[in-house]
Design a binder for this molecule. Structure first.
Ligand code: GTP
Ligand code: MG
Length: 276
């Protein structure tokens, strides 16, 4: 008789990535898919502020708890009536706004003890057609490096301070714009980003050593991303040692006109489902 009032979703995801990669387009698509009636549209021009939107997971996308569900399972019907909702925060990717917006949101959300702002995962969106450009690649890798460093510091710090282990926060590198014929496949996006992060990491390490030589202060141990063995080349796999799982998955917000709308983001939604 009394229907439970739908409580606001408590699973949060943070959407980061350089400007123009398609974050707002993705958020707008998720909103349109969640409530086809609403014609809310965020402007597709450069974002200057973050927006938190509440969206729903398509019922056919499995979650970590129902991954073995069959097509005839009655819970699928239930999910169709009561889709799982989550929130996603779109952030501006412009270089000048990253520290004040994306990175600071990440610090706030990843440290929060409030269940309402618990961060389940980070989506880092990249334009896979733009990474052939050296400047874009460097800029993207620098931002990603800083994001991963925040998560690494959180992982290393929590062992010391808290006895209760916080859940790890996985990272999805969403390789957008796979519809463009100049787009790099996800495998080479991974390789390019790993190689470039390695360069970023090396130049930061050198900077740190110069700084500590000047000041006489010892190098901060957890300031280097991944294994700080100078010979080792950076790979996302290295981060698994500190509990950070990184996946690279291709997709397209603006898919082929012939395809079903939103089918190009299906695999990202599946990743989100596995975090729920
Ligand atoms: P900032 O707000 O500046 O950080 O950028 P953003 O990441 O929000 O990018 P936005 O969503 O505004 O998209 C930038 C441009 O990329 C827009 O013109 C989109 O239409 C376009 N775009 C987004 N996704 C795709 C895609 O999958 N394929 C193609 N071809 N274009 C896309
Ligand atoms: Mg935007």
């Amino acid at each position: 008789f009394f229907r439970a009032v739908a409580s606001p979703p408590s699973s949060n995801f943070l959407l980061l990535g350089p400007n123009g990669s398609g974050k707002t387009a993705f958020t707008t698509l998720l909103e349109a898919k969640s409530s086809p009636a609403s014609k809310k549209s965020h402007s597709t021009h450069t974002s200057q502020t973050s927006t938190l939107v509440s969206v729903s997971l398509p019922p056919t996308v499995p979650t970590a708890s129902n991954r073995f569900r069959s097509k005839n399972d009655p819970s699928l019907k239930e999910a169709t009536k009561n889709p799982i909702r989550y929130r996603i925060k779109d952030t501006p990717g412009h270089g000048k706004l990253r520290v004040s917006q994306g990175i600071s949101e990440l610090q706030k959300m990843s440290q929060s003890k409030d269940i309402k702002v618990k961060l389940r995962g980070v989506l880092f969106m990249v334009d896979t057609a733009a990474l052939v450009d050296e400047t874009t690649l460097r800029d993207t890798a620098e931002y990603l490096h800083d994001v991963l460093l925040v998560l690494q510091q959180r992982s290393l710090g929590k062992g010391k301070s808290s006895t209760k282990r916080d859940a790890d926060i996985p990272v999805l590198i969403a390789g957008n714009k796979q519809d463009l014929f100049t787009a790099l496949p996800p495998g080479s996006v991974r390789e390019k980003l790993e190689a470039e992060i390695d360069r970023v990491r090396k130049s930061k390490t050198k900077g740190l050593m110069d700084a500590s030589a000047d000041s006489g202060v010892g190098e901060e141990e957890d300031e280097v991303l991944g294994d700080d063995d100078a010979k080792g080349v950076f790979t996302f796999k290295l981060l698994e040692q500190v509990g950070i799982k990184v996946d690279v998955v291709g997709g397209a917000v603006k898919g082929d006109a012939e395809e079903e709308i939103g089918s190009g983001v299906r695999r990202w939604e599946e990743w989100i489902g596995m975090c729920l």
